[in-house]
Design a protein around this ligand. Structure first.
Ligand code: PMP
Length: 330
């Protein structure tokens, strides 16, 4: 699921969690661990002035959308077809079982990476849209990065109409020091995070503009509820900080190069492989068959072909994968 960017039991992360265990499993008050990870994230991500933690990406997206609606006073959200943002009602596919049908009157869906559709939808609903949420490289539609034009248009259109731009970096954060949006030169109002920032333990986070995040301040009248018994638990916070400290610019660039090299090698074998940097998706016409063949050869990928490079890997890992892959599909 791409959460373990340092492998299954990196010693520095295991040690950070073990030390945190000694201090106590769970607290009602904020802990230093939470403040440290929040500080680290806001240093890394220019658009993040302050941050609130959750236990999953789903919760982070739910809070981000609610904060955006409350801040703008507008009920509607715009999202891209097929992009997965977790399981909060309005970002499920339209008509999803169990969701109140009235929900869909608050959701506008456009094709991913379609600049004209974006501009038209924003123009049609400008006064009602509170948020545009985008994943700049959504996995489900095929893990193809958005065009620079689409990212720029999303920022331009939202800014023009006072709509908040939420970039969902739950998967993509690992691709750049401050996430994928920084590579596009786009500054969102809110960013949602998960996976990598928890070092392998359950996590989510929403961060962004100070004035927007202030909507969650419980001292404020009419604040947006955000919380949970286990949010910002110290084990996750310490694991996450250890993981992010290990994931510096050099390591990010190195595993991104490994991903590029593997994509190229598999491409030369005739496979269609999408993605960018350390994240890829093998677009097999027979994904189940490929999964079993690779599994039997000692290569574990996601059921839909999603795969990620991690920092314990090096060039020899790429060679080994290619060697086994060639045999597995022969
Ligand atoms: N957003 C994106 C882009 C995701 O890929 C995911 C999970 N795959 C989520 C949100 C939901 O995160 P979680 O599984 O932690 O709820």
């Amino acid at each position: 699921m791409t959460a373990l960017v340092h492998g299954h039991r990196h010693p520095a992360i295991v040690e950070a969690v073990s030390r945190a265990l000694e201090d106590g499993l769970s607290f009602g008050l904020p802990t230093a661990a939470e403040v440290d990870l929040a500080g680290h994230l806001s240093e890394r991500i220019g658009a993040v002035d302050s941050v609130r933690f959750a236990n999953s990406g789903t919760e982070a997206v739910m809070s981000a959308l609610r904060i955006a609606r409350a801040f703008t006073g507008r009920p509607m959200i715009l999202r891209c077809a097929g992009a997965y943002h977790g399981t909060y009602d309005p970002i499920l596919p339209e008509g999803a079982p169990g969701v109140a049908p009235s929900t869909w009157s608050t959701v506008v869906t456009i094709p991913f990476d379609d600049v004209e559709a974006l501009r038209a939808a924003v123009a049609a609903h400008a006064g009602e849209l509170g948020a545009v949420i985008v994943d700049l490289m959504p996995n489900r539609p095929g893990l193809v990065p958005a065009s620079r034009e689409f990212a720029a248009a999303a920022r331009e259109e939202t800014e023009r109409h006072g709509i908040l731009l939420i970039v969902d970096e739950v998967i993509t954060f690992r691709l750049g020091v401050g996430g994928l949006h920084q590579e596009y030169g786009v500054r969102p109002d809110l960013v949602t995070l998960g996976k990598t920032i928890g070092g392998g333990l359950p996590v989510g986070a929403v961060g962004g503009r100070e004035d927007v995040m202030a909507m969650t301040d419980p001292r404020r009248r009419g604040y947006v509820e955000h919380g949970g018994t286990f949010t910002a638990n110290p084990l996750t916070m310490r694991a996450g900080l250890a993981a992010l400290e290990l994931l510096d610019a050099g390591e990010i660039a190195r595993i991104n190069r490994l991903g590029d090299a593997l994509r190229e090698e598999l491409g030369a074998l005739g496979e269609r492989v999408n993605g960018r940097g350390s994240l890829m998706r093998i677009m097999s016409p027979e994904p189940d068959d490929l999964w079993w063949r690779l599994y039997r050869s000692g290569i574990l990928i996601g059921r839909n072909g999603l795969a990620g490079m991690s920092t314990p890997m090096d060039e020899s890992t790429v060679e080994e994968i290619v060697r086994r892959f060639r045999k597995a599909v022969a």
